[in-house]
Design a protein around this ligand. Sequence first.
Ligand code: SF4
Length: 380
Amino acid sequence: MCDKKSIYIHIPFCVKKCVYCDFYSKTDLFLIPGYINSLQKEIKARSDLKDKINTIYFGGGTPSVLPVKKIELLLQTIDASFSVSRKVEVTLEVNPGTVDLDYLMELKKVGINRLSIGIQSFNDDKLRFLKRIHTADQAIKTVENAEKAGFDNISLDLIYGLPFETKALWLKDLSTAVSMSPTHLSCYMLTLEPGTPLDEKVKKGLIAPLAPSTLSTLFKKTSRFLSEFKFEQYEISNFSKGVQTRSKHNSAYWDMISYYGFGAAAHSFDKNSRSWNHSSINKYIKDMDSGRLPVEGRETLTREQEMLEMILLRLRTLDGLDLEKFSTLFCVCFENQFKDILEQVIGGSMGFIKGNRFALTLEGRARLNGIVEAFAEKIL
Ligand code: SF4
């Protein structure tokens, strides 16, 4: 019997660092050939033909800085090392400013069937503020080229909540995105990650972030606006036109399906244990050259951590938490165990139980952190 799994491949290279980003990525593009070589070694070393791979995701960093031949090589290595489903979803993150029509056509030929395009905004002021390498015109051109290349499963990434964001600016971005008829949208609220240049500026008082209440209003506005265009908020930051075009890869994370993470800084998850690779391209290459797996750490989740993780991940989703599954897995009745929290959440119109599921309303999702904290206090 095959185990269903996903594969994430981290491509830690970017042309330039964006001001808000804390993902592990470097601008040393000359390391790409050695890195790909090491990635192939890691995939082969962890090969298991019993594992059926349903989704493959190239994330970063900027995977679209890779030559298509290298992407093809990685896909061939995965194919030879695992049982890849015939219906596998293969996503590649693409940054406008790094690709043209020919590149996208080649990607399609080697088996990429879903694109996640890092648009972030169609407004040049916003793009400049974020220190993105592309312009609004390039963003539009990239979406047009993706369609011309034959991609019919396209997701656009957008960011909102910049210090000078207004409702009008954000709705303009959303309207432009919707007018391009993507099948999927990811709308992320700008967060201040410690150690990033943006965070430093805020700490020095050079930039004032938006008030939490304004961010909350924008969050709710996003959901309401997109629902008018039949986009369903199936996860807190993700919107799709129907179940078919939900991201299968990200949905697997929220379903706690096991996944392999290959590459520097990549995380893997197997049933109830997690491991993560070193966040250093050089160390990663050195380890693979010496035949060592580049693992920096591992942890096995306790029953309590697993419980909380499931609540946290499932409450992000429209489908919510499956109460029967929860009870079977943890041998506790969810409704009895968390009676007081449920009374507050449901009483405050922030959540509901329907059939076997507990899910949050839009108001509840806007207060997700507080709700999860309440569960954490009770469980841990
Ligand atoms: S392109 Fe993406 S990964 Fe690279 S620095 Fe910008 S936000 Fe980070």
